[in-house]
Design a protein around this ligand. Structure first.
Ligand SMILES: [Zn+2]
Length: 354
């Protein structure tokens, strides 16, 4: 094959696993790339089986043959000239794209816009499908996993006197009895909340966690506490926390979940306590839970607007906007308190003097 022989670059050839350097020339001979020394072939291979290192400044280029030997050259232009000819059509396309920046930018924007749109519409749909197909053991798994994880990290056993806990638990039972799931669907857990301060939240399995600080903040006004618990029951009834978790879990986890593959990966995502605490419900979910608290409280024979009083006290005494505080997920704005009072008035029941 003496035809079509042309030199690409001059440099040195190193045998495999050897530091020996032989002055050599890299040539293209027909379909073969060879390193030669005074007419003697040192190594050869078809171009597809040869690795050529990318151009990085003036660092010597390395051309690796399948036998492990390496041709090294400082003639970057020679190597690039060869690559340009060989990859003709491909580099040509890149070149054209580079020349037409505006079109490239537009194309990129269009792709991003399309992806964002699909994501925005697909995630809510996936979330609803996932909620629908969620087998009952999944909320249980999430609930117990999350509580265990929180107990290991943030929460401590409650210091409240037994009598106080008993009294709140009794009120809670009356309240939960008015819910859709009935009393048996809910469990109230008392904890010292540590950094999360005065707080209450619900897990998808019907476990509610109430912190000592919240009980202390209520300062003996037990109905205030029950108003908050009614609100949390509503989050469980509406499957709000399940939805929020699914939303946070991401598309991949949702697809796995819908496909029935509740593997350890999905479990990890869904049972991380921190993830749940960092979630905040949508305003619509909050408003729905507020109204439900009014209904549950009234049905159980308590002050329907106790929740509004609680928010007033919370903002008053705390005025605190720490990320993990109940206010970050439950802003107790005056408007919100008014909405609760308005709903209580509209929905019939007598407003208790206050
Ligand atoms: Zn809420």
């Amino acid at each position: 094959m003496a035809s079509e022989s042309s030199a690409i670059a001059t440099g040195e050839w190193h045998p495999a696993n050897s530091s020996r350097a032989v002055p050599a020339i890299l040539r293209e001979e027909g379909v073969l790339l060879v390193a030669v020394e005074e007419g003697r072939t040192l190594a050869s291979a078809v171009p597809e089986r040869i690795e050529i290192s990318p151009r990085v400044g003036s660092i010597p280029r390395r051309v690796r043959f399948p036998d492990g030997s390496v041709f090294e050259t400082r003639d970057n232009d020679g190597v690039d000239g060869y690559l340009r000819v060989r990859r003709g059509p491909r580099s040509g396309l890149l070149h054209r794209l580079e020349k037409f920046h505006p079109r490239l930018i537009l194309m990129t924007l269009a792709v991003i816009l399309l992806a964002t749109t699909i994501y925005r519409f697909a995630v809510p749909v996936l979330v609803e499908v996932a909620v629908l197909v969620t087998p009952p053991f999944v909320p249980d798994l999430i609930g117990s996993g999350t509580l265990a994880s929180l107990d290991r990290t943030i929460l401590k056993p409650s210091d409240l006197p037994e009598g106080e806990r008993q009294a709140i638990s009794e009120g809670f039972s009356k309240l939960a009895a008015q819910s859709k799931g009935g009393q048996g669907a809910y469990r109230l857990n008392f904890r010292d909340g540590g950094v999360i301060g005065p707080n209450a939240f619900a897990l998808p399995d019907g476990s509610l966690i109430l912190t000592d600080d919240l009980v202390k903040l209520a300062n003996g006004d037990r109905e205030m506490i029950l108003g908050v618990l009614g609100h949390e029951i509503a989050h469980v009834e509406g499957e709000h926390s399940l939805r929020q978790l699914y939303r946070a879990a991401g598309v991949a986890a949702l697809v796995m979940l819908i496909a029935g593959d509740v593997g350890s990966g999905v479990e990890d995502i869904l049972t991380q306590g921190g993830a749940l605490l960092a979630l905040s419900y949508s305003r619509a979910a909050e408003a729905e839970a507020d109204r439900r608290s009014v209904e549950l409280m009234r049905a159980a024979g308590y002050d329907p607007v106790a929740l509004a009083r609680f928010f007033a006290v919370l903002e008053d005494k705390l005025g605190d906007h720490r990320d993990a505080s109940i206010l970050s997920s439950h802003p107790g704005t005056p408007q919100r308190q008014q909405d609760i009072r308005n709903y209580a008035a509209q929905s019939g029941g007598r407003l208790q003097a206050r």
